[in-house]
Each structure stands twice: as structure tokens, then as C-alpha cells.
Design a binder for this molecule. Structure first.
Ligand SMILES: C[S@@+](CC[C@H](N)C(=O)[O-])C[C@H]1O[C@@H](n2cnc3c(N)ncnc32)[C@H](O)[C@@H]1O
Length: 218
């Protein structure tokens, strides 16, 4: 699938595809309502639409990403509703059968300088959890009974904490996919800092991505 990806919008890559593969295994209920949080190009929202979702909402904090997702929806002739907003703000009070999330998760040193535009879709605070934590805390309330969250992130940002937060929210959460990928340019540029924090081992040149599936018990 071909996407328009302007500068500053996250190009679909390994984490996107790993989550998309998990999405393909899901059986969507008829007329399923799907939310893609942090949609970027809209790649995952469009994958859900292709899979037969009845209604797909895509949220991103970046205006550029929202416009890109809309253009990609038009090019793919798929109907997605792309809206700008912070996390789940634009969908407050709504319920979903499936929530997809590939949020920013790269641990980011506090430099006091504004982030580079290219890093912004990935930057996630010193522990990599500035978006993950609020998302894990707030998604459970948005899920229909038996609704599912599929979320992908790096093991660098703490898988056990994600599982624990989702369990606190009443979800049955487990890891469904793991993949080691070469360190990308952003992580490589931060490798010394990540090693100094004990997040990367000396000589480590790969990071593990995990997909977590969390289901609300009916
Ligand atoms: C790692 S990219 C994933 C993009 C796309 N879902 C994919 O898998 O290719 C994370 C996206 O989350 C968006 N984002 C970051 N913080 C956000 C927030 N607080 N609320 C909504 N979206 C956010 C970024 O703009 C970026 O498009």
C-alpha cells in the first residue's frame, strides 16, 4: 500500500507493520467502530477500513498528520474520520470495539531545546512513557465490553508497566508479538544516553518491539 508521507509525518515502518499484522488477526464485529490514536499517515486506520470496520476514527496531535491521513484516505477511497487532538480528547464519551495505538515511545533526554520536527512523532519523555502512560490509563474506559486495544512499543520503554496499567484498568493484557529490529537513527543518536541509563546494553544494536493485546472482559 502506497502512502503520501510528507516531512514531519511518521513514515510507516516496522512498528506500524507489526501492529498491522496483529490487526489482521482480529475478527471485527459487524459495523465495528475502530479508533487509531496517533494515526500519522493513517496507515493503520486505513488497514482497519480495508478489513471491514464500519467506522474508523483517526486522531493525531499533528495538523500535518491529520491532513495526510485525510489525503491518504481519499487516495485509497476509504472513509476514515481524521481529527486533530491530544490523545483521546476528540473521542471523549465514545466507545470503540478496537483501539489501535503506535504512540511515541522513544526515551528522550531532556535537553531544554525544542525537539527536531523529525523526532517529534517518536519523542516520549525520559522514560519513553509520556504518551504510553496516559493512554494505558484512559483507553479501558473507551472500550466496549469485549473491546480490544492493540498497542505496539519498544521494550526500551517498559513492557511490564504497560501490562500492569492495562490490568489495573480491568483489561486482560498479554504480549502477542515480538520482533527485534535494528536500532533506528533516532535511537542510535541517543545510544550513549540510553546506555548511561542502563536501557541499552553495551554493543546492543537491536531493540525489541512488542505488540500487546488487551481485551475488556465482557
Ligand atoms: C510513532 S508515530 C505512529 C504513526 C502511525 N500510527 C504508524 O503506525 O505509522 C506516533 C504518532 O502519534 C502522534 N502523537 C504524538 N503525541 C500525540 C498525542 N498526545 N495525541 C495524539 N497523537 C499524538 C504523532 O504525531 C505521530 O503521528
Amino acid at each position: 500500500m502506497w502512502f503520501v508521507t510528507p516531512p514531519g509525518v511518521y513514515p510507516p515502518q516496522e512498528d506500524t507493520w507489526l501492529l498491522e499484522a496483529a490487526l489482521r488477526r482480529e475478527r471485527l464485529p459487524p459495523g465495528a467502530r475502530v479508533l487509531d490514536v496517533g494515526t500519522g499517515t493513517g496507515a493503520l486506520a486505513l488497514a482497519a477500513a480495508r478489513q471491514g470496520a464500519g467506522q474508523v476514527t483517526a486522531v493525531d496531535i499533528s495538523v500535518r498528520a491529520v491532513l495526510t491521513a485525510r489525503v491518504n484516505g481519499l487516495l485509497a477511497r476509504r472513509r476514515i474520520r481524521a481529527v486533530r487532538g491530544d490523545l483521546l480528547g476528540p473521542v471523549a464519551g465514545q466507545r470503540f470495539d478496537l483501539v489501535l495505538a503506535n504512540p511515541p515511545y522513544v526515551p528522550t533526554p531532556a535537553t531544554g531545546r525544542p525537539p527536531r520536527a523529525a523526532d517529534r512523532p517518536r519523542d516520549a519523555g525520559e522514560d519513553g512513557r509520556s504518551v504510553l502512560d496516559p493512554l494505558c490509563a484512559r483507553v479501558p474506559a473507551l472500550l466496549e465490553p469485549a473491546g480490544v486495544l492493540l498497542i505496539v512499543h519498544s521494550a526500551l520503554s517498559g513492557v511490564a508497566r504497560t501490562l500492569a496499567l492495562l490490568a489495573d484498568g480491568g483489561l486482560e493484557a498479554r504480549i502477542t508479538d515480538r520482533r527485534f529490529v535494528p536500532l533506528g537513527p533516532v535511537v542510535r543518536a541517543r545510544a550513549d544516553w540510553l546506555r548511561s541509563r542502563g536501557l541499552l546494553a553495551p554493543g546492543q544494536d537491536k531493540e525489541e518491539l512488542v505488540v500487546i493485546r488487551a481485551r475488556r472482559t465482557p
